[in-house]
Design a binder for this molecule. Structure first.
Ligand SMILES: Nc1ncnc2c1ncn2[C@@H]1O[C@H](COP(=O)(O)OP(=O)(O)OP(=O)(O)O)[C@@H](O)[C@H]1O
Ligand SMILES: [Mg+2]
Length: 436
């Protein structure tokens, strides 16, 4: 019988234990001291299961003893980390929150607000991790910030191909991160902003409107501020998207991780009241391959339908017929972006680029097979430009299209019938091999 590997790590203050879990789960336990994983405190003597493939760091400000049960691909103690810099950033943000809170108490109509901070940098510099740490530190001080993720490739709020905002009221789970149930999500439908830049910017503007409305309605959200994660595409048009997002969300602080040129360019292109900070990336951040990214995107979609391993969901599969007149159809699929018309064919006054944000209905075809569609809210009953302003209700997968029998097979978190009739097409696909 194979014996279980058990290792004990003694961390001095400001050290972190960097872990890479191999293909079997690992259990960790804080035996002594205090420690946190990306800002969430570990409870003394509580055992946490880290799943296969997990990568992360357990940091301690005061010193800690950590037990690791199981085989890891790598586990080592790092003495050099940027955590003190990140903590100082949090302290400065907290001072801004205190100030906003005080002024709002004196004058509820004051235009003062909590900090709006954006994290930018190339891929694999720890942007998502820093956002999680800053939100976790805020929540530990009883703040309720809004986390915004504009990274459509590796979103930590919803499935790939979307941008979203999450009002954070509870600490992040060590493994699962923040509770995403109340997320406000917009579907972009592609994995790179480059596919339709105008649409990406338009949806950022729409999301910013939702966030600003929330801040206006709720003082705690306003004081808590906004933490925005961005895409790792920092050149050319990708850079333009970062500048657009900074403007749309009216950010006051931008943290640039690692990338000096981006830091210099943003100083030049953003208004002078925006504080731009250049901070180092952690030596522990992993560089992920294209294949790994594709796999983690698949895992995120799988998790949306099938839940986490320790709390599985049981999605439904059903069929609907599309052999019906238009007004009786149970599912109408729309798309953002129409074919480009030659300029001479454009209606008077229409900008040539508007086709990119035009909402059009598409017909059911084999092209829909395995596509993840975003359902619009049940109140939506027609396909028009207002769909651009609507956060999604949920997602389904078209697992099969039978063009002869005119039947669609659907994977859905909810049983038949569909909660809404209109769905948005997305290029993002998911092959549901649990139901073959
Ligand atoms: N200090 C650390 N020690 C070990 N692993 C870490 C550390 N910080 C981050 N990681 C891991 O490195 C990976 C990349 O980090 P993260 O996702 O934050 O980078 P990113 O800049 O957001 O990447 P992307 O450009 O893909 O969005 C993640 O798996 C994360 O868990
Ligand atoms: Mg990221």
């Amino acid at each position: 019988m194979a014996t279980t590997v058990v290792n004990e790590y003694r961390l001095n203050e400001d050290n972190e234990l960097r872990l890479e879990v191999s293909n079997e789960d690992v259990v960790i336990e804080l035996l002594n001291g205090t420690a946190e994983l990306f800002g969430t405190q570990l409870i003394l003597h509580k055992r946490y299961t880290l799943p296969a493939g997990f990568r992360g760091a357990i940091f301690t400000y005061q010193g800690a003893v950590i037990e690791v049960i199981g085989k890891t691909d790598s586990a080592y103690i790092a003495q050099q980390t940027p955590m003190i810099i990140y903590l100082n950033t949090h302290v400065a943000l907290e001072a801004l929150r205190e100030n906003a809170e005080m002024q709002l108490k004196q004058d509820p109509n004051s235009t003062v607000r909590g900090p709006r901070i954006m994290v930018a940098g190339p891929t694999d510099v720890g942007k998502s991790t820093l956002c999680r740490i800053l939100c976790s530190y805020a929540i530990r001080q009883s703040r309720t910030p809004i986390f915004v993720d504009l990274d459509i490739g590796q979103s930590s709020i919803s499935i790939p191909g979307t941008i979203g905002a999450l009002y954070i009221e509870k600490p992040a789970d060590i493994v699962d991160g923040f509770d995403k149930n109340s997320a406000c999500v917009f579907s972009f439908g592609h994995l790179s902003p480059a596919v339709n830049l105008l649409l990406y910017k338009t949806l950022i503007t729409e999301l910013a409107k939702v966030v600003k409305k929330k801040c206006k309605q709720q003082i705690a959200a306003n004081v808590g501020g906004v933490v925005i994660n961005t895409c790792g595409w920092v050149k050319g048009e990708g850079y333009d998207c970062i500048v657009h997002a900074a403007e749309a969300f009216e950010v006051d602080v931008v943290i640039v991780l690692d990338h000096e040129r981006l830091f210099v360019e943003l100083q030049h292109d953003l208004p002078s009241f925006v504080k731009i900070l250049h901070q180092p990336k952690s030596g522990g951040v992993e560089s992920r391959s294209r294949e790994f990214r594709a796999l983690s995107r698949r895992n995120v979609i799988h998790r949306y339908f099938y839940g986490p391993r320790n709390n599985p969901y049981f999605p439904h599969t059903f069929e609907i017929s599309f052999d019906k007149p238009i007004d009786e159809q149970e599912l109408i699929v729309a798309k953002f972006g129409a074919e480009q018309l030659p300029e001479s064919c454009l209606p008077y006054g229409m900008e040539p680029e508007e086709h990119r944000t035009k909402v059009v209905r598409i017909s059911i075809s084999n092209e829909l097979k395995n596509c993840v569609l975003a359902l619009m809210p049940p109140s939506v009953n027609k396909v028009d430009q207002t769909l651009l302003e609507k956060p999604v209700h949920g997602f389904i997968v078209i697992t099969n299209v039978d063009m002869e029998q005119k039947i669609l097979s659907i994977l859905s978190p909810q049983p038949y019938p569909l909660p809404s009739k209109i769905a948005l097409f997305s290029e993002v696909t998911f092959i549901d091999d649990e139901n073959v």
